[in-house]
Structure formats: C-alpha cells, structure tokens
Design a protein around this ligand. Sequence first.
Ligand code: GDP
Length: 363
Amino acid sequence: MSDQEKPKNTKPSTKEGVKQPAKLNPNLRKLRKNRSRSLPAAPEFVEAIRKGDRVRLSQAITLVESTQEAHLAKAQQIIDACLPFSGSSIRLGITGTPGVGKSTFIEAFGKFLIEKQRKPAILAIDPSSQLTKGSILGDKTRMSSLAMEEHAFIRPSPAGKSLGGVARKTRETIILCEAAGYDSIIVETVGVGQSEVAVHSMVDFFLLLLLPGAGDELQGIKRGVVEMADLLAVNKADGSRLALAKQARQAYRNALHLFPMKKNRWQPKVVTCSAIEQSGIAEIWRIICKFEEQMKQTGFFEDQRSAQARYWFEESIQQQLKRLFEQHPAVKTRMKELEAAVVRGTTSPFRAAEELIKLFLEQ
Ligand code: GDP
C-alpha cells in the first residue's frame, strides 16, 4: 500500500498536558454525603424549633415520619423536650368531601388568621393515599399562596400503612408545631370515613364543610361525621348558588335539632361561607373563639384534651405491642404456617393466635 492509499489517521492528536495533582481529599464526596445526613442532636433541634426555624421543624417532622428506629428514637427525644412548650394553641379539624373547597377555604382562613396576628400550621391526614396509593388531598401544590406566607406552615399528609400510624405522626407533629410557635393548628382530612374519628381525637373544634343543595342533604357524609361537628359551613355561598346555600343552611339547622345534646352542651352552629369571595370567614372565627371561651369556662376544653391524651396512650400501647409482636423472630417464622392452617380450616383462629402469643411470651 502506498502512502497515498493509506487511510488518514483522523484521531485528533493529543499532547500530554499539565499533570493533575492527586485529589486533596479523596473522601471529600463521602464526607459531604455524610454531612448532609448527619443531623444535630435532639437539644439543638429543640432550640432551633423553639426559635421558629422552619427547616429544623420540617426535619424533625421527617424524623417523626421515619420508619427507622434511630430516627424514631431521636424524634421521641425531641417531642419529649417540646411537650412543655406545646398545648397552648387552638387545634381545629376541617373536613368535607373532595371538591367542597377545603384547600380554598383553608387558604382564605389561614390568611385571615395571619391578619389577626396568628400563626397557622396546616397538617393533613389523607386516608386515600394508603388505600389507593394516590391521594385525594393531593400534595404540596395545594394552598400555594398560603405556603408563601412567612407566618404559615404547611405539611402534607405523611405516608403510612395504617391510619392509626399516620394519625399518631400527625398528633406528634402538632406538638412540634406548637413548640415552634404556631398557635392555630388546622388538621385537614377528607370527609370519607374513619379518618374523621382519628382527627376528632386530636382537635378541640371540628368544622365540616358542605356543598349547597347537593340533593342528598348529607352528601354521602356519614351521620357520625355530622354528629362530631361543632360547626357546619355551607361553602360556595356565592353567585347563583347563594339561595341554594341558604336553603341548605336551614335544612341542616333543622336536622341538627334532632340530634341529642352533646356532653359539653355546645349546640353546633350552621353558617354559610364563600371561600372564593372570602365571606363568612370572620363569622366562623368568631364562633370558634366563642366555643373556646365557653369550653374553657366550663372545663370541657381541658377534659377533652385529657381524654384525647388517654386515648393516644392506649393507642400507642396497642401499636407498639403489635410492632414488637410482628418483629419477634419466632413469631415471624410460625406466623405464615399458622395463617395457612387457619385458612385451610385445620386450626381455629383463636388457637393459632394463642400459640403465637405463647411463643412471643416464652422467647
Ligand atoms: P377540596 O378538594 O375540598 O380541597 O376543594 P378545592 O378547594 O380544591 O375546591 C374545589 C373547586 O371548588 C375549585 O374549583 C375551587 O375553585 C372551587 N371553590 C372552592 N371554594 C369555592 C367557593 O367558595 N365558591 C365557589 N364558587 N367555588 C369554590
């Protein structure tokens, strides 16, 4: 092959450049990674939370929501230290079917509270996310303008397998938010079932939002939920729906008269409001303040909080026992076999349970 026939070497020629020095610290990347993971000790957390540091507050809530033992242990230390600084807020539960206007209402209400020099924290309990892996309450994109407010704190629903677990996390988050200076805690839930009971067991006042004239007077909301409410507000009382909303208000007032008187002797109120036009919000706040004053005078406010603390104590015992039981090695091994035997019908559920508990207690 002559020189002309040879294919041209197209590879760019390179010159040896300046020799790069060895990395100053080859572990730098690892160190950086660890540093971002290492969080301060519990007392530092508490100090920062008490100063209103929202980043530390969020991180502490993430610890509460974690499933790792080490995180949970730290979370408990933080909660214990925050407890003396908690409890002085008003805790409000807000529920209603999807589309009733909860996030629009909370946004308007939250801003109203900020104008009143209060600091609202909005927490959510969303049972739908456990059932369907999707959520009805949605994520952080809701209430985006309230989220921009310096004096508001919004936290979406924690993930979790059981409603009990999710509710416990929310209850502990309330304590952290109160220690951080939030004085109006709003726990939002979707009005479809059990989660209202969980929310009711952690709030002082329960507000049910309703739609005007949705035909069925109770809009698929269980009677139990209506009975729990301290205030019913027919939302979307604006434009062409104003008259319908007023009719609905009257219908609910009539219906409530048939309910037995509550132990705290509070007669639930029914009002109309428009979250979009921001009307009726001041009236709702006035009712909440009146409720608080009346309950504090009669001692029911403290009684209810004590009853809630007892309820969560019992719930915690059950949850912790269940966790210990399920993690127990001997129980874990035998559980599957016994479950199969129960399904086959060769062992009774009671006998099988008895055997597992024996194993748990013996080893
Ligand atoms: P959520 O699912 O209960 O949180 O409901 P949203 O707050 O997302 O509201 C559902 C729809 O109702 C949205 O299109 C809102 O703009 C609308 N909406 C909420 N509040 C009002 C209100 O007071 N009046 C009217 N006309 N529409 C409203």
